[in-house]
Ligand binder design. Structure first.
Ligand code: NAD
Length: 488
């Protein structure tokens, strides 16, 4: 615990900064250095934020004025654009992201906010003359206080991905952002909270963890939870939320297969495979972690991909030449390496060993070099479990049906990539994959107007797209029988 700090990253509750009794240190994962301190939320802060949001919902100022909501969301988008450089810098220092990868994350925020500003204005509802002379209509109304829980791997993009639709729908929100990115959270809180026109209590931000998150999940005053995180936590949240029959939107883990067919353009595909593994140091829900390769191009891939992965320039965000930053912390480096060691002892063949960086100038940081293992058994833990690090398995197939079966033999179903120069094969395979997103000759391309989310253990509900509002609104059917007097 720090006691001498002059500036502490704080929470934003009811339109003002709020401190906590407990302060902790923020650490740069590339160097191990303390870069600041932050207030850590517990039940007290979570309950204060819920109470502020509950009061904001009772006042119709926000929920009844969609023009205000759209204006404020657009202003918020401007603010995220104006301070994008500062967010990128903080993500580099605190989250380990290279500046290119930080820019990738930060660019989502204004786009998402603008899309949600538009959604606030395009709610036309439905109506129908079901019986002659009598009308039915459906109106959408905000459900109440939204609890938002986001993980440390992309707090800017993922916090805003849930906050935008909540605010657009008219729901005040409490965002529980992760302690690992407290300094970044504080800038998010400033950009959101100080947006001109935003009423106090409508957007509250606390920095916490599972204790404050659990308060949101269990509170009877929070009727909807928008959670992004691991599948294991998603299941716990779903079970706890059931006690109050609250709705939960869950964006969970993934085990993205990248399928390389025989006719794939490898010059184009292999750099994309490398990006799919190293963006955010493999700590991305959509990290390409299972490479399925047609057996006739397997040798080319082993050699070509192996060379590319060995050449990845691992280093801190402060070095513009870095292509991949550190892992979030040292315990995660050890966790990842144990998984790799176990896989090797279970029969995986090493193509590129990668692993922790233990000497030279990077040794003080939590660095892990990209790793490529070849496996033949789809049931191995390294193939079935999310590693959440830069570790790729490679398997070979001979037929399209075999590739589809291997890709679908997974608890997860978040995303997949298919590489082929054919016209028919990619679409046929995309339709057969049990996956919320499928990219053809590409990876991780997301747009706010198209739904994003998981099949199977990768989630419930959808973020982005028009379906995003469903987590935050009640549908109300109103039946009208106009005056019973017959027309003269
Ligand atoms: P996690 O599930 O351990 O924690 C996520 C957040 O939930 C934490 O920051 C914590 O504050 C909170 N939390 C933890 N336990 C809780 C509980 N019992 N009740 C309430 N809140 C609780 O995940 P993580 O390790 O922080 O993030 C990595 C995971 O997130 C990976 O599995 C990754 O795939 C997934 N993820 C999914 C998406 C997506 O869009 N599908 C995006 C990013 C990350």
């Amino acid at each position: 615990m720090s006691t001498t700090e002059t500036s502490v990253a704080k929470h934003w509750i009811d339109g003002q900064w709020a401190d906590s009794d407990e302060h902790r240190d923020s650490v740069n994962p590339a160097t191990g250095e303390v870069i600041g301190s932050y207030a850590m939320a517990g039940p007290k802060e979570a309950n204060a934020a819920i109470e502020a949001a509950r009061r904001a919902f009772a006042d119709p100022a926000w929920r009844a004025d969609r023009l205000l909501r759209a204006r404020v969301l657009n202003r918020m988008a401007d603010r995220f654009e104006e301070r994008a450089g500062d967010l990128v810098e903080l993500l580099g220092r605190e989250n380990g992201k290279t500046h290119d990868q930080g820019r990738l994350e930060v660019a989502f925020a204004p786009e998402t906010l603008r899309f949600n500003a538009a959604l606030a204005l395009t709610d036309t509802g439905t109506n129908s003359q079901v019986t002659d002379g009598e009308l039915s209509m459906v109106v959408r109304q905000p459900v109440g206080v939204a609890g938002i829980i986001a993980p440390w791997n992309s707090p800017v993009a993922l916090g805003i991905r849930s906050l935008g639709p909540a605010l657009a729908a008219g729901c005040p929100a409490v965002m529980n952002l992760p302690w690992q990115t407290a300094q970044t959270n504080s800038l998010i809180a400033e950009l959101v909270g100080e947006t001109p026109g935003l009423p106090p209590g409508v957007a509250n931000t606390i920095t916490g963890g599972h204790v404050s998150g659990d308060v949101l999940v269990r509170s009877p005053d929070v009727p909807t939870i928008s959670f992004t995180g691991s599948t294991a936590t998603g299941k716990q949240i779903s079970a706890a939320a059931a006690a109050n029959l609250k709705r939960v939107g869950l964006e969970l883990g993934g085990k993205t297969p990248l399928i390389l067919f025989e006719d794939a353009d490898l010059e184009q595909a292999l750099p994309i495979v490398v990006s799919a593994l190293i963006v955010f140091s493999g700590q991305f829900c959509m990290t390409g972690s299972r490479l399925l390769v047609h057996e006739r191009i397997a040798d080319q891939v082993r050699t070509g991909l192996g060379a590319r992965l060995r050449a990845v320039n691992v280093g801190p965000a402060s070095d513009p030449a870095s292509e991949m930053g550190p892992i979030i912390d040292e315990p995660n480096v050890e966790r990842i390496d144990t998984i790799v060691e176990d896989a090797i002892s279970q029969g995986a063949t090493v193509i590129v060993r990668g692993g922790p960086v233990t000497d030279g100038p990077l040794a003080a940081g939590a660095f892990y070099r990209p790793t490529l293992l070849e496996v033949h058994d789809n049931s191995m833990p390294i193939v079935q479990d999310e590693v959440f690090g830069p570790v790729l398995t490679m398997q070979t197939f001979t037929t399209e049906a075999e590739a589809i079966a291997m890709a679908n033999d997974s608890r997860y179903g978040l995303s997949a990539s298919v590489f082929s120069r054919d016209v028919d094969v990619p679409l046929r395979v995309a339709l057969a994959l049990e996956s919320g997103s499928v990219w053809v000759n590409d990876w991780a391309r997301l747009h706010d107007q198209f739904e994003e989310g998981g099949f199977k253990g990768s989630g419930v509900g959808r973020m982005r797209g028009f379906a995003v509002m469903d987590d935050f609104v009640e549908f109300k059917h109103i039946r009208l029988r106009p005056g019973t007097t017959p027309a003269a």
